[in-house]
Design a protein around this ligand. Sequence first.
Ligand code: FMN
Length: 127
Amino acid sequence: MASTTIVCFTGSGNSLKVAQDIADGVPDAEIIRISYKNLRRATVGYTGVVGIVFPVYYAGLPHMVRQFVELLNLDPQCYEFGIATYWGMPGIAFDQFCECHKKGLETVSVMGNCDARQLPGVVCSGI
Ligand SMILES: Cc1cc2nc3c(=O)[nH]c(=O)nc-3n(C[C@H](O)[C@H](O)[C@H](O)COP(=O)(O)O)c2cc1C
């Protein structure tokens, strides 16, 4: 297992591009694409750094991302982060992302980017 795992759900490729850019910037990273066929990969037991990159759809978290995150089996020492891509209206996607995590996570930070006018920022942490 790579020391950094980037989990990505993408429709038109924006979130995949972000995932690839992150993976290119760290020495030992693997990208896992979320699909109905590989939801079971959420349960393997992740260690190290786990990042989840997803788009905002209809002001919320895509259903498949929710399913994956709810199944996600993380070592308690994992550092986890989430990044959403969206065109300007994140709605409650960040809240839903945080809510669907199991409690006891070491760190969760969520940021949005996509719009050049909008700087990424942490909107929640330490749930
Ligand atoms: C079905 C659909 C719904 C979307 N809903 C929103 C939305 O509510 N708010 C927003 O800011 N962007 C919305 N977008 C724009 C996407 O979040 C944005 O283009 C994102 O970067 C797409 O990522 P992807 O290419 O990885 O799928 C929507 C896009 C689609 C296709």
